[in-house]
Design a protein around this ligand. Structure first.
Ligand SMILES: Nc1ncnc2c1ncn2[C@@H]1O[C@H](COP(=O)(O)OP(=O)(O)OP(=O)(O)O)[C@@H](O)[C@H]1O
Length: 248
């Protein structure tokens, strides 16, 4: 569903991501982790078609994100770390706008159910400018789900959410994956990634240090430590001077 092959991104002469290759299939949730500046947002923004790759190929639901950009974007839901909404539109108008843009017929039942799920019914006629940070995040996620995308990209999805919001969004991600979406979650919250993701990609200084199944990476360290967590894995990969550690 998501295919990234030999992807490199440079900003002027700085290489932010180098030769990255990975796939995410339908129903899988990939956790994208790495220290500040590792290249996570660059990866997500390129896959969502916001910035162009310098080299390599990236495709979404069979559509190349450069040569078939419109179809790729139709198949995508993207939730940036700082949700960009239209301040003077209400919550409901956002859903209407997304339905019209993506040509979603009979969108009202799905929109109503998203409002209920994210506890936004009481805010449906409020302009989003008047909403809290967490509520805006939930509106952005509801909009991203409305057109039933095959691929969903989250950049730090839980910022500003209360415990009920966190639970709702985690549950919604699992539901989307169960319905066949391929999902990438970029986050510094390792517990979130460990509890939710089927696969893991660790980026460090723009390079892939591990890509594979979550249970496999935890098992490798488990043999050494007895009770490894993703946090142990993260530090052993990203704080190691050994360039081969990431290959496991
Ligand atoms: N527009 C830009 N121009 C120049 N350099 C950039 C630009 N955007 C990002 N970079 C650089 O590319 C590298 C990767 O940045 P990126 O934002 O992708 O990292 P990240 O893993 O998302 O970091 P964080 O966890 O802090 O959000 C950093 O060194 C950053 O300074």
């Amino acid at each position: 569903m998501i295919h990234v092959n030999n992807f490199t991104k440079t900003y002027h002469d700085f290489v932010a991501v180098r030769n990255l290759t990975f796939n995410v299939e339908a129903g899988e949730i990939l956790g994208l982790v790495g220290p500040n500046g590792a290249g996570k947002t660059t990866m997500i923004r390129t896959l969502s078609g916001i910035i162009p790759p310098s080299s390599g190929t990236l495709s979404v639901a069979g559509h190349d994100i450069v040569s078939d950009a419109v179809m790729a974007k139709r198949a995508l839901g993207y939730i940036p770390d700082d949700p960009r909404l239209f301040d003077s539109l209400t919550v409901w108008e956002h859903l209407e706008f997304i339905a019209a843009t993506y040509g979603v017929d009979h969108f009202k039942p799905a929109a109503e159910s998203l409002l209920r799920f994210f506890n936004l019914e009481g805010k449906r006629n409020h302009v989003v400018q008047s909403l809290s940070r967490g509520m805006r995040q939930k509106v952005a996620i509801a909009c991203a789900y409305l057109h039933r995308p095959d691929v969903i990209l989250f950049d730090e999805p839980l910022t500003g959410l209360d415990p009920a919001g966190i639970r709702a969004i985690k549950e919604s991600m699992q539901q989307q994956a169960a319905q066949g979406a391929a999902i990438i979650i970029s986050s510094h919250l390792l517990e979130l990634v460990e509890s939710l993701c089927s696969h893991l990609l660790v980026l460090h200084q723009g390079q892939c240090r591990y890509f594979g199944r979550m249970e496999d990476v935890l098992q490798v360290l488990d043999h050494a430590n007895g009770d490894a967590s993703l946090e142990d894995v993260f530090f052993s990969i990203t704080h190691s001077d050994n360039p081969d550690l990431g290959s496991f």
